[in-house]
Design a protein around this ligand. Structure first.
Ligand SMILES: [Fe+2]
Ligand SMILES: [Fe+2]
Length: 475
């Protein structure tokens, strides 16, 4: 079951060849996907040989094989984690029943919506990142960007397989639409707002992979609990790939910080003008990028009170993060959770039914996880003997969804006046000037082992290769 058949047009471990209709439908979608990859995938890079890892099996030891391939030849396919014998639904109203191998009619619309929303983010991020290869800080980073891109493409395949296999004609139409919407397109945008924002520079890319791919992790973890077993098994395999994306973000930011603190020590200054003259990214700018990406990303969890969230949980479609490790009744009826509201000039907590607050529960789990990486960045600063600390802003800061939407809250959680907000917003969020400065640093460095001035080299190369390995062969 877990070995992947690569002799097939579509590599898979789901015995695709035994279902001719499905196989034909997916083989019909495949050229449209490749066309989309050509039009909207990495700009001007289709002919490069890139040192990529490809899944060869879903076993813990054997799923990553490294070698140089041209991205359009990457073996995108359909890989599910092996099924668990006698798996039981372990939360919600159906708790204790057998998991579903098919979609129950009454949950069809909701499940389709969940899968389409998840699926839409995958190609969206490829589109958002498509120009970054032109300004890569090194070959190592270029290769990592492309690795993330091809895997997001595979995640699209994962969701498209479910749509084709379990949702009939509606599913096929949704699969087409996933290739038709485009990030930032005024007429046909991607579903979620954060996936219509630009990823204009590499600092944004690292922030995106640290913060926004981590949202992906939490959504996938919640879906990995699903009573719809094929969804659970698909998302479990996606999570193994997602870990690398967050690594790219965390280590990327860490290397930017390393370079900056080195320059601060060499020049014995924390003066932003001097540091910018030296061509590094000052810590206040890094803090503002954190504030932006963090706040935009926590909006992705949705409204703090949501009857949909309650329905998705009670009907067993979407669990909590690490549902299986929690010790409660996994029904949550009659329990409460605290959400925030603005009352006058104060943030106040309000107790609401926990089932309705499950978006907030997932957001809070995400927040804990995000903070841990920021602390690791702080250790880089601390080691350099510099007393600055980076933080994530208060969760009410710069929100655009739910009860806090549009409220004027400072990063420290104070409710502020319109005047104070407009006076200080450039201290809190990246200004046009910050973005222009970061943009001005983005040149293309592709000589093996060379790195742009604003970022330190990584500690190690990819797959134990040296840092100056030829990760990308330009043809
Ligand atoms: Fe993904
Ligand atoms: Fe990702």
């Amino acid at each position: 079951m877990s070995s992947i058949d690569y002799s097939e047009k579509i590599p898979n471990n789901v015995n695709l060849s035994e279902d001719r209709t499905l196989q034909r439908a997916l083989e019909h979608w495949q050229p449209n996907y490749l066309q989309w990859w050509n039009d909207m995938g990495p700009d001007g890079s289709q002919n490069f040989d890139v040192y990529l890892r490809t899944a060869i099996s879903v076993d813990p030891q054997g799923w990553a094989q490294f070698g140089h391939v041209k991205m359009p030849d990457y073996r995108w396919g359909i890989f599910l984690n092996p099924g668990e014998q006698d798996r039981k639904i372990h939360f919600g109203d159906h708790k204790g029943e057998a998991v579903w191998q098919d979609v129950p009619g009454e949950y069809r619309a909701n499940l389709r919506r969940i899968i389409v929303t998840q699926g839409d983010t995958e190609p969206a991020s490829v589109e958002q990142q498509r120009h970054l290869g032109l300004t890569c800080p090194s070959q190592y980073d270029l290769r990592n960007l492309f690795q993330v891109n091809v895997e997001e493409g595979r995640h699209l395949w994962a969701m498209v397989y479910l749509l084709h296999r379990y949702f009939g004609r509606d599913g096929r139409e949704e699969a087409e639409a996933l290739l038709e919407r485009n990030s930032g397109n005024a007429d046909n945008p991607r579903i979620l707002q954060a996936f219509n924002e630009k990823t204009p520079d590499w600092l944004s890319f690292f922030m995106f992979t640290y913060f926004t791919d981590r949202d992906g992790k939490f959504q996938l973890c919640a879906l990995a609990e699903s009573s719809f077993d094929p969804l659970a098994r698909t998302t479990k395999f996606m999570l193994t790939e997602e870990a690398h994306h967050m690594f790219v973000g965390e280590s990327g930011i860490s290397r930017v910080i390393q370079r900056t603190v080195n320059a601060m020590n060499e020049l014995k200054t924390d003066d932003v003008t001097k540091l910018r003259a030296a061509g590094v990214i000052d810590l206040p700018t890094i803090q503002r990028y954190i504030n932006f990406h963090y706040s935009v990303t926590i909006d992705l969890f949705g409204a703090d009170e949501s009857s949909n969230a309650a329905t998705f949980y009670s009907t067993g479609l979407k669990g909590r993060y690490e549902e299986g490790k929690r010790v409660d009744d996994h029904l949550l009826k009659g329990q409460t959770y605290k959400v925030l509201n603005v009352v006058g000039d104060k943030l106040v907590e309000k107790e609401v039914p926990m089932l309705n607050a499950l978006n907030e529960v997932l957001r809070d789990d995400y927040i804990t996880d995000s903070r841990a990486g920021v602390e690791r960045w702080n250790r880089v600063i601390e080691k350099a003997g510099i007393s600055v600390k980076l933080t994530v802003p208060h969760k009410a800061f710069h929100r655009n969804i739910g009860a806090l939407s549009g409220a004027k809250i400072a990063p420290d959680g104070r409710v502020v006046s319109e005047q104070e907000w407009s006076k200080r917003v450039n201290e809190w969020l990246p200004s046009d000037e910050d973005r222009a400065y970061v943009g001005s640093l983005m040149g293309r460095v592709v000589e093996p082992g060379k790195f742009a001035n604003w970022i330190a080299p990584p500690v190690m190369g990819v797959n134990r290769q040296p840092v100056d390995f030829e990760y990308v062969r330009f043809n």
